[in-house]
Design a protein around this ligand. Structure first.
Ligand SMILES: [Zn+2]
Length: 74
């Protein structure tokens, strides 16, 4: 292995980052106590349809300690 990253891989990662940035700009984070990271709209609903119960820990749990909800981030 030469360690070179194939160009298509970089492209994929860039695309994913852009999509994620758009999601993060469009929705606000709804983070559960255990770090599960959902995306919510202004109507108080998450993208995945989970009820927004309890407190939002977005202020307290940094992004690198959260677990992205697969349905909110797809
Ligand atoms: Zn979710």
């Amino acid at each position: 292995m030469g360690g070179a990253i194939p160009p298509f891989f970089i492209y994929e990662v860039k695309m994913r980052n852009i999509e994620k940035e758009i999601l993060l700009e469009t929705y606000r984070p709804w983070v559960k106590k255990l770090g599960q990271w959902h995306l919510a709209d202004d109507d108080g609903k998450t993208r995945c349809g989970k009820p927004m119960l309890g407190n939002n820990y977005a202020k307290y749990i940094p992004e690198n300690e959260r677990t992205e909800c697969p349905d909110c981030f797809k």
